[in-house]
Design a protein. Structure first.
Length: 263
């Protein structure tokens, strides 16, 4: 299988290293990643400045590697449209392993998830993978990377839906404490929206985001709760955000009998 890997933590991140090393044992891996940290970039693209791409020395077992000065979304878009040769085009796009969770509404800001969504926009099966830990010393990415290698063959058992990615979050706990896998829906929010007002040494006011963790109902089958229960969460996401159930009410209100000429 040919696999395109990208991320939002940059080419030098430990997560992309572990993922590529694990996958390259059985697959042809190509890396196109930001040249620096681009976390929380969301689904942004570079439009008004030159997008530079440099092929760099191969690493992490990959066949070829490139860096860009662009966003995570740029990486996947330019990789498929301009960088990779026809015989290098991926069978699947995998982004990560992100260092930190991508759960609930926070996926709206995530470069990792947006990077995978760009693959889905272009018609490729795509996975976004995150390790739910911000501890750089204690937890290893190896378990998460090995899980992805075991998960890939399972994808062949489903008709991978178009316009969809699978958002995978692995609890940041030792392997022995993982309590299995849960197929989940997207939770709401992990933190309250609170800002702490502070004064800097020069007397200027600034604000620091200081939200508190929100507790969801224990029986909710959400990605947030799954990770709290030390389960690996797998959530299908789509970029098609149309709220189809509201369309009939809007048509009734604004376009009765098929006529929308009331302006």
């Amino acid at each position: 299988m040919k696999i395109l890997i990208s991320n939002d933590d940059g080419i030098h991140a430990k997560g992309i290293e572990a993922l590529s090393m694990a996958l390259s044992r059985e697959h042809d891996v190509y890396i196109v990643a930001p040249d620096r940290e681009r976390s929380a970039a969301g689904h942004s693209l570079t439009l008004h400045t030159p997008l530079r791409v440099d092929e760099v020395e191969t690493r992490y077992g990959a066949k070829r590697c490139w860096t860009t000065n662009g966003t995570p979304g740029d990486c996947v878009k330019i990789a498929i449209n301009a960088i990779l040769a026809n015989d290098e085009k991926p069978d699947i796009v995998i982004t990560g392993i992100n260092h930190g969770p991508n759960l609930g509404a926070d996926i709206l800001y995530s470069g990792t998830v947006s990077c995978a969504l760009e693959g889905a926009v272009m018609g490729y099966p795509s996975l976004a993978v995150s390790l739910c830990s911000m501890d750089y010393g204690e937890h290893s990415f190896d378990y998460t990377a090995n899980f992805v290698t075991k998960f890939l063959p399972k994808i062949n058992e489903i008709n991978f839906p178009k316009r969809t990615i699978l958002n995978i979050n692995v609890p940041g706990v030792p392997e022995k404490d993982i309590n299995g896998i849960a197929v989940t829906s997207l939770g709401t929010r992990m933190f309250t929206d609170e800002y702490e007002k502070r004064i800097d040494p020069r007397g200027k006011v600034y604000y620091w985001m200081a939200g508190e963790l929100i507790k969801e109902a224990k029986n909710d089958k959400t990605d947030i709760n799954a990770v709290r229960w030390n389960k690996i969460s797998i959530t299908p996401l789509t970029f098609d955000m149309t709220r189809k159930s509201v369309i009939p009410a809007l048509e009734e209100a604004f376009c009765k009998d098929g006529k929308c000429d009331w302006l």
